[in-house]
Ligand binder design. Structure first.
Ligand code: SF4
Length: 248
């Protein structure tokens, strides 16, 4: 009788393992996900190092209000902030509000923003977003991620820049090319897709640090942890970093 019960229990266990995909599948390595270096003490040390190096990091795009920041951020895709600032210095006085951009002459606007690259698409985005702001948001830049994402040419990165810098709302983490590279080098993520990297960073960095953290990583990526040959000798995070890209 006891032998029969043991046999029944074993069959039941085998069936359960099969149903759940089996022990082997559960142990298989998962691609992506948070990096090994996400231990809270290590993340705190990284944040402290960034605070020491860049206590007042902020957005380098010149703007006087949320709408100008939105336009400057759209223009900054695949372009340096310096070049965008040069272009907006004459653009913003000529187009002082959303209505002026919404009903601009597209050929003229294309010519004016040409130095920032991808000028045809950027003109469509700027005019489309401005029109929607005028017609659906009473001329004001919306303050929620959901609403911002309905504007033409606006994805999470742009929406996070506007919400964080213009409104002080920490809805997410700005993931640009610098944040992407540094998050990988600092082993805060195993993902490469910006949306997934943002989710990983939101899990390991406290929400009240999201806005400043993005600016600090961007500054560090521009000044020290540059793409081709990071200046590790000048880096105050060096003892916390075990990236394969490290230089001597
Ligand atoms: S040690 Fe080098 S690779 Fe690591 S974060 Fe600093 S500059 Fe970047």
């Amino acid at each position: 009788m006891a032998q029969k019960k043991t046999k029944q229990a074993r069959s039941k266990a085998v069936a359960t393992v099969r149903k759940s995909g089996g022990a082997r599948r559960a142990k298989a390595p998962q691609p992506g996900g948070a990096g090994r270096g996400t231990d809270p003490a290590r993340v705190r040390a990284i944040l402290k190092g960034l605070d020491e190096a860049y206590p007042s990091a902020t957005c380098a795009l010149k703007h006087d209000n949320a709408f100008q920041l939105l336009i400057a951020t759209i223009l900054s895709a695949q372009c340096t902030d310096e070049r965008v600032n040069q272009v907006t210095a004459t653009l913003f006085p000529k187009y002082p509000n959303p209505k002026a951009f919404a009903y601009a002459n597209p050929a003229e606007l294309e010519k004016e923003i040409r130095p920032t690259g991808f000028f045809r698409n950027k003109t469509k985005s700027i005019m489309g977003a401005s029109k929607k702001i005028v017609e659906e948001f009473h001329g004001e830049v919306p303050k929620t991620m959901e609403e911002l994402l309905t504007l033409p040419g606006v994805a999470r990165k742009t929406a996070n820049v506007v919400l964080g810098t213009a409104f002080g709302i920490a809805a997410g983490v700005v993931v640009d090319t610098h944040v992407l590279r540094l998050s990988e080098r600092l082993d805060l993520t195993k993902n490469t897709d910006p949306k997934k990297v943002e989710q990983d960073l939101m899990k390991v960095v406290p929400q009240d640090r999201w806005i400043l953290f993005s600016h600090q990583l961007i500054w560090h990526g521009r000044r020290v942890c540059v793409a081709r040959k990071p200046r590790c000798i000048e880096c105050n995070l060096e003892r916390l970093c075990y990236s394969k890209d490290k230089t001597n």
